[in-house]
Design a protein around this ligand. Sequence first.
Ligand code: SF4
Ligand code: SF4
Length: 457
Amino acid sequence: MSPAKIRTSEELVDYAATLDCIHCGLCLETCPTYQLTGVETSSPRGRIHLMRAVAENNLVPDDAYRDEMEFCLVCRHCESVCPAGVRMGEMMSVARDSMHEDAPRSLGVRLARWLGFRVLLPNRAALRISGSLLRFAQKSGLLRWLAEHSPVAREQFAALAALPTVAPANLRRMLPARSPAIGSHSSSQTSVVSMFEGCVMPELYSQVNRATETVLTRLGAEVCTNPAAVCCGALHAHNGDLAGARSLAQKLINAYEPRESTEDSASTPIVVNSAGCSAHMKELAHLFDSADPWHARAEALAKRIVDFSEYVAPRLAEEQPDLRLDLSAPITWDNPCHLCHGQSIREQPLDILRSIDFGSNAFVELEGSESCCGSAGIYSALRPQDSADILDPKLDALKDSGAKLLITSNPGCQMQWQSGIRRRGLDVEVKHLAEVLDDALSRSVPESELDANERGE
Ligand code: SF4
Ligand code: SF4
């Protein structure tokens, strides 16, 4: 066994990146953790200062340092306003990776990380079994009992209990390998796309994947899925497991690289309906040194990644279907951090919503729709109180807006909103953008254009 590599203090963080910060403080008011505490060390500038102090040997990375790094949501809101182009997401990945490799962790934490990151997320069979076990624990009341009475990890069981109800196995099936386009479209609208199904999406939000596939086919795309593509590794990269993130990136690159046995060509777009995944997949090359051959292969894959809204908005604009969705109350949109701050995608989801006639029920703005909801991957499970405190002002804004349907486009945000809305006892439904558009499109596509499957024959 080779000895563990001893890192220099500069290697514990991305030292060169920390030097980009010019200390202007423009980021402070955007930072949810700074808003919560008002303490400089909980701000983007403060965290960069701490990282730099570690690199320059002025600070030993102690528990307080680690806590500030883990308090960050990696929401990247600071990146959107930073005049110096600071890349907090990348910096935090490096800082957390060294923390988890070098800091002593309890056996329980190491076991949970190994099970979650190395066994469960990369493995479709393990995900499928976990979906069934979770459904059993939900239906039997076991999860609720553990959340209330377990002598250990009660907060984590409570976080699991807040997950959406897992659908029966027949509704959690994976999408077909190939789904033809529905209806007639101009040739410019007919295309082949690959759709990334994700790791937890088929287990927790299978209806969102089905809606995404149906929307794409109704807009003239032939949709292919790739069973070899399971997890993109975003959760690993954000939570201090860069080795796991690299390994999953390599699997993803291999899965999507064009070869005769797959549907993928070098120009086939890969549509991703989870903002956290699309943001990470567009930046896969950052995981590899520029001299590493995987870097160029990751860049080639990243060029093909398109977020759902990015793919759909221009096609809707060209096709201009007559979309109506009469709802009984106003709707609103909450932009996931990794869509607006991670990918600068702001107008496309709004264009999609503007293309739907919601009748007398107006679209209402949600105050702070670009601020983090506190979901942040597994943050809501690791720091449930901080996560709930960050969501609280957003729940106030939602209540004030009067909306009864909140639309977003990331599974973590959907879960976080659903659990907060339940906790507050608000009467608001949460849906993915694809589900809303699917509803509207299904009312606009003539019956004659639907195939037998669509009509349920
Ligand atoms: S990523 Fe979000 S939580 Fe972290 S420092 Fe930036 S704004 Fe604050
Ligand atoms: S906005 Fe950017 S440059 Fe200014 S303090 Fe924040 S991180 Fe540093």
